[in-house]
Write a protein that binds this ligand. Structure first.
Ligand SMILES: *Cc1c(COP(=O)(O)O)cnc(C)c1O
Length: 373
């Protein structure tokens, strides 16, 4: 016990990341300022090319945020009122909001208790004649079981749109997450593995038609200036953010590797402590640890104790989507998706960001051991 050694460990530390890149980020802004091509400028086109290349995809379309990436993709696929789209019950609400946003109905599926990803065994039971698509989420950065999902989708003629908002750089059986379905959607919310200095998002696809439709949809449905061929929206990736993202993309592999090292260290230090269980590490995939999630039946007590020791944690997510007031009209009740509900009660996300120091991980682990003793 070493209560004397009090540290503060933040959940994420963006200032540390930005201090490291200060000069490069500043010159990227200044170049944008000098060009002042502020809407869909050269930096957007450059970043779209770089991000598509990074993933080995043929096209990417920068948009305003991750939610719009998902919602516009569904719209571009012709999904709307009267249609159903399958989403996991345990994800950030944006996955479901994308479905309601395009006018369709979200149909929830429970998650696997070890991977926290969509339980593929429950997929067939969720499919109806109205089902048009599936949105698997690579939860916390761990790739979903894409082979089984894609097979099921093929058998039923469904589109698979990956919610890769927590999985920049994750791979599944050698393929990049975001390039496995018909389209992959990413968020650049600042705290994601690749984050802007504000909001941002992108869709990655190998389908030319889909890419063209997304380019129209994000920009008022314009084909040519003032020729509006579809009722689109204004959701463009900001030029300044694109300039920032180009700088940061170069560090993404290093950052993901650091996250993976931190995860290994956490596991070493916390292997057999109390009832603590880790999210699976993934066998045929690379987990990029957007989140480092553990489970314990005494989650709330543990979380309070860690806060007293100066350690910030998160809960992803405290209320599963089917029990959120926003979706009360779907008529779900507690017990409908028991694994997600249990996870909501027991999951805890520990501090995880590339700049985390080994001494901080040791301090967190020591505090967790103290709590269980
Ligand atoms: C962050 C996130 C989104 C939404 O991204 P925004 O850029 O905040 O709109 C969607 N799905 C998941 C799983 C996310 O984590």
């Amino acid at each position: 016990m070493s209560f004397g050694r009090h540290q503060k460990v933040p959940f994420v530390d963006l200032a540390a990341q930005h201090a490291e890149l200060r000069d490069e980020l500043t010159s990227a802004w200044l170049e944008t300022l000098d060009r002042s091509d502020l809407i869909l400028g050269a930096a957007v086109e450059a970043f779209e090319k770089e991000f598509a290349q990074f993933l080995g995809a043929s096209a990417s379309i920068g948009v305003g945020n991750g939610l719009d990436a998902l919602c516009l993709t569904l719209t571009a696929l012709g999904i709307g009122p009267g249609d159903e789209v399958i989403v996991p019950a345990n994800t950030f609400i944006a996955t479901a909001l994308a479905v309601t946003g395009c006018g369709a109905r979200p149909v929830f599926v429970d998650c696997d208790p070890h991977t926290f990803n969509l339980d593929v065994a429950q997929l067939p039971g969720a499919i109806s004649p109205r089902t048009r698509g599936i949105i698997p989420v690579h939860f916390g950065g761990l790739p979903a079981e894409m082979d089984a999902i894609l097979l099921c989708a093929r058998q039923h003629g469904l589109s698979v749109v990956e919610d890769a908002c927590q999985a920049h750089g994750a791979t599944y059986r050698g393929g990049q997450c975001g390039t496995l379905g018909v389209a992959g959607c990413f968020s650049f919310y600042p705290a994601k593995n690749l984050g802007a200095l504000g909001d941002g998002g992108i869709v990655v696809t190998n389908q030319r038609e889909l890419a063209d439709q997304l380019r129209r949809l994000r920009n008022y449905g314009q084909q040519e200036k003032y020729e509006h061929v579809v009722a689109g929206v204004n959701s463009r990736l900001d030029t300044l953010q694109a300039a920032v993202l180009s700088v940061k993309l170069r560090s993404l592999p290093t950052w993901n590797a650091a996250r993976q090292r931190h995860a290994v260290r956490y596991r070493e230090l916390l292997q057999t402590i109390g009832d603590l269980k880790f999210q699976s590490a993934g066998e045929e995939s690379t987990h990029v640890y957007h989140l480092l999630i553990v489970q314990s039946e005494s989650r709330d007590g543990l979380r309070d104790y860690l806060a007293k020791r100066g350690i910030q944690t998160g809960i992803h997510y405290p209320v599963p989507i089917h029990l959120q007031p926003a979706y009360s009209s779907l008529g779900h009740t507690p017990g409908d998706f028991p694994v997600s509900e249990r996870l909501a009660r027991h999951c805890l996300s520990l501090p995880m960001f590339p700049e985390l120091k080994e001494s901080q991980i040791e301090y967190v682990a020591e505090a967790i051991r103290d709590w269980f003793q």
